[in-house]
Structures are given as structure tokens and as C-alpha cells.
Write a protein that binds this ligand. Sequence first.
Ligand code: MRU
Length: 347
Amino acid sequence: MSIRTIFWESDAVVMIDQKALPLEERTLTCKRYEDVITAIKDLTVRGAPAIGVAAAMGIALGTLQISTASAENLKAEFYRICDCFSQTRPTARNLFWAIERMKKCFEDLLAERRARIKAIQEALIAEAIKIGEEDIAINRRMGLNGRSLIKDGDHILTHCNAGALATAGYGTALGVIRAACEEGKKIHVFVDETRPVLQGARLTAWELMKEGIPATLITDNMAGFLMQQGKVNLVITGADRIAANGDTANKIGTYALAVLAKENHIPFYIAAPLSTIDLSIKTGDDIPIEERDSEEVTLFRGVRTAPMGIQVYNPAFDITPNRYITAIITEAKVVRPPFAEPLSFLA
Ligand code: MRU
């Protein structure tokens, strides 16, 4: 069984509607780039690599909407569309990586003097599709690199959703778990529900059940107790952005898990593609942290769970300092501390 999160079909971007899961399995078809922007912002598509693929396809879709024949107007409009995408999810490094790659493709085409709009549109669509295909291949390589860190019989804790749904397919942290299962290891996954948007309860639980991987759902505040009871052998999560020194931004709550893991002598792994590494950022202190709507905290599926007017703070991500990370699993290799040198070489 393979989940394909996002794909290009008949001049449209089709994506699994992750807001509807697990109650309903349906797709959303975006025929305009503005629809893709909305889908990224409202979490219809989420997870750093999937956001990158969505932006690349959205930019390609946007160029189909450009009617101008002049190369100058085409360029201005292309860059305006890229700018709109860059304002969607500030923490996800893969978003900016994908935008840069689409810009490079566009500039190369202009330099080749193939400025005929039809040729440019076709090439940008091909590049966006390629980014999606490559993402799946990268995740499979990451899985092969990371699977030896998992032993037969392990109980693994994961946070948020770093699965097929967070990527074009297969997943990062869940990709490593999938790869271990594919080589016959019997493992069990504890799934943090992941407040406030419940990516764990809604998405990771759905993915693991679909795949027949044994899983138990827990609330976020149970993780420490499970570790103390000796019920967790290792923790694996994904990443939204990794600084040059290995400090890692991931879904809010990851830092607490990493501290708990160290206290309980449990290895803590990050699985992420090289496109998540941001060498322009030296430490986690400089990673921009997205703050989201207060209603994610005060309402659930439209039902109010907190008093009207209460002040809310809703950072979507936190930073795990490198000292808590046992290793970073990438498609190139498994990197161990000190991270700065190997990361600068790989990324
Ligand atoms: O807000 P989200 O759901 O986009 O956050 C996603 C995460 O934090 C994931 O763990 C991360 O993007 C890695 S996904 C392979």
C-alpha cells in the first residue's frame, strides 16, 4: 500500500485533504495557485517536505495562469507568485528550498533563450513533478540508512506526523519505521497525539493502521511516564529546519521529548532530507518559529474548549538543541555529533 500525498494531474495539483482525515478520505483539486497557497496555510497539505512539493507544483500552476507574452512581465509575475508562496509557512525549510529550485529552473530557461512561455510552463511543471518523485526516492534511501538503528522488538515513540502524508510519499521518521518493518522487524509505535492540531492522532495513527504497523495512541503528556516505565526504546521524529550546528526545529513538543529521552537514557533520532538543513542559519536561535491562529488551541473541529477571550500563545514548532540529538538520519548517511562538520559537507 502506498500513500501518494500530492501529485500533478491534468493541469491541476491534487492532494490528500489532511484536514478531513481520519474521518473522511478525500482529495482536493487545486486549479489555481491561490488554492494551493490556501491549502498550505490551512494545513490541507502539511509537513515540511510536502509543503515544498506543494509550493513547487503551485508555482508551476501559477505560471499556467500568466497570460502575458512579454518576457519581462513573465519574470515579474513569476517572482510575485514565488513571493506569495514564501509567505505561507515560515519554519519549513523545504518550502524555501523548493522555491529556490523553481527559480533556478526558471532562470536557466531564460538564460537558454527558451523564453517562449509555453516551453517555460512545460519545463516548470516537469521540474515540480521531478521534485515530488525525488522526494519519495530520498525518503526510501533515508529508510534504508536508518533502519539498522531499529532492533527487532523495539518500541518507538514518534511525534506529529513525519510520514507519507508529510512528504510526497513514504515519509521521513515513519519512512525509517516502514523500512524496518519491510525487513521483517517486529516493532511497536507509540503515537503522540500532538496538540493542538492532532497530527499524531489524526494522521500518524491513520497511516500506521492502514499499513498494519502495530501502534498505540497516547496523549502528549504521557510520554515521560512511558519512558520512566521502560516502555520506549527510542524516539524518532522529523524536522522542519535544521541549523548548521544540528539544532532542530520540529513540531511543538519535540524539545520536551528530547529532554525526557536524555533523562531516561533513550536515543533520540531526527530523520530529515538534506533539503531540510539550512546552513545559512548557525544555531536554532535564528530559526523563525511560526505562530498560528489562537483558535487551533481554543476550538477543536469548531467546538469551543476554552473560554472566549482567553489569551493564547500558539507557537507551532520548538527547537531541540543538538546536545539532545543522538543522530540525524539523512538520505546520504546517518550523521552523529558533533554535527557541524558533517552537515556542512553534506548539505
Ligand atoms: O505543522 P505541520 O503539521 O506542518 O508540522 C509538521 C512537522 O512538524 C513534521 O514533523 C515535520 O514537518 C517533518 S515532516 C517529514
